[in-house]
Design a protein around this ligand. Structure first.
Ligand code: SF4
Length: 427
């Protein structure tokens, strides 16, 4: 049989699959506050969560930040509960949020003294919707089992789900030492990195078994094993996902600041999400001084939306610009329309369902502008250098208007509003 002149000798005739692998089958946990029940795992979408950085003892500051995170789209918010003052504040934070009709479930993040705080502050235990327990930080030696059991008893008593959240920075040192000893006796010992990964996973799995023995509902146990290296995170979760059926919380711990934090979190989580692994995500960004905490929510949403896993807010597609468009008009228009769309979403979510899947294209010149604009729901191609000062607008692939003059941004926003009202307002 003759080969076509263009066929590569290694060409594979089986079409490659498109899109992510099917989501891993897991149990489903429910994290609830009043009427707001957030399911995680099972057939639930991958959930977005975040964590405050206020002093939890400061009721007002914490309630405001939780509200801002929830308004940005965080479906679960974790708060540090580290002192008696913080534990005493939790029911008041909850009360403030309820008054503002912010029913986002709160997760208490406990280390070292969680067993005591949950016992001494029952109203805190009740106001929280989930407890995060770090098995490396529940106590040392003989105290570890007792204190872990006390936390599980509180979870059972108040009917709260838990996350067994292992972190390589606070890994159970006794367990690590024991795995290292066993490894040393092997004919072909594993590397130090492999031993660390095994210790993280065993810590999560052994704690899960123990919690179930103590009466915890297996459906209500979520797991995480966080590390700060991308390849290690991928290796840990690939292995963990095969050894349990609990919902998994993904996150690269201490991801860092700015683009490094965003890129490393995205790199690690995108690989796992593409393989169907991960039921809830948190992006642990170190905020620039003064930057809003909600950025970590926006990044998490953008990871899921750009991967086609969920829609949160209309996406703006914009070209990078080049020497063909030397004015900054198109960059400003792209930035303005993106922030306008995001600002509208809390309201549109209620009044215009489905708008979150809309695409808007803002392009810098005639080279790719009209073509790309035609593929979006609404697109605008701004004039490049030397081009006629006119901006054709496309709606569902059809050119409907050409904008001119000084008010192109405002006129374009009116077209976007009209489109949203025509297509997404309830009939
Ligand atoms: S659309 Fe035009 S301005 Fe934008 S990157 Fe392409 S050639 Fe450059």
């Amino acid at each position: 049989m003759s080969k076509t002149p263009f066929a590569h000798p290694n060409a594979c005739l089986t079409p490659l699959p498109l899109g992510p692998a099917p989501k891993r089958k897991t149990r489903q946990a429910s994290i609830a506050w009043k009427t707001n029940i957030v399911t995680v795992g099972g057939d639930a979408p991958v959930r977005v969560q975040s964590m405050t950085n206020t002093d939890t003892a400061d009721v007002i500051a914490t309630a405001i930040q939780v509200k801002e995170l929830a308004r940005a789209g965080s479906e679960i918010v974790r708060i540090t509960v580290d002192t008696p003052a913080a534990a005493a504040a939790v029911p008041h934070i909850r009360e403030q949020l309820d008054k503002m009709d912010v029913l986002v479930p709160l997760v208490g993040d406990f280390h070292y003294n969680g067993h005591t705080l949950l016992k001494d502050f029952p109203e805190c235990a009740m106001a929280l919707s989930k407890y995060r327990i770090n098995p490396g930080n529940v106590g040392k030696g003989a105290k570890r089992d007792t204190q872990f059991a006390q936390m599980i008893e509180a979870a059972c008593q108040y009917d709260k789900p838990i996350r067994i959240g292992v972190n390589w920075g606070s890994l159970d040192q006794d367990l690590l030492a024991s795995i290292m000893d066993s490894n040393g006796a092997l004919a072909n010992p594993k590397t130090a990195q492999e031993v660390m990964i095994e210790a993280l996973i065993q810590s999560a799995l052994q704690s899960t078994e123990r919690a179930i023995e103590l009466g915890m509902n297996p459906d209500q146990i979520l797991l995480s094993c966080k590390v700060s290296n991308v390849q290690d995170l991928v290796a840990v979760y690939r292995d963990l996902s095969r050894r349990c059926d609990n919902p998994l919380h993904l996150g690269l711990t201490e991801a860092g600041m700015g683009s490094k934090g965003i890129v490393s979190s995205t790199a690690a989580m995108a690989i796992l999400l593409q393989e169907g692994i991960g039921d809830t995500i948190r992006v642990s960004l170190t905020p620039d001084p003064g930057a809003p905490r909600e950025n970590e929510v926006i990044v998490a949403q953008e990871i899921l939306q750009t991967m086609g896993l969920r829609n949160f807010t209309p996406m703006v597609i914009a070209c990078p610009g080049c020497g063909r468009t030397t004015s900054t008009t198109f960059q400003e228009l792209a930035a303005n329309i993106q922030s306008y769309l995001r600002q509208q979403m809390p309201q549109w979510k209620k009044t215009h369902p489905g708008v979150e899947a809309m695409n808007v294209a803002v392009m810098g010149c005639i080279v790719n502008g009209p073509g790309e604009s035609k593929h979006a729901n609404i697109g605008i191609s701004l004039p490049g250098t030397g081009e006629t000062p006119a901006a054709p607008v496309f709606v569902d692939g059809v050119k409907v208007k050409t904008l001119r003059g000084d008010n192109i941004a405002q006129d374009f926003q009116v077209i976007v509003d009209d489109y949203v009202n025509q297509h997404y307002a309830p009939k």
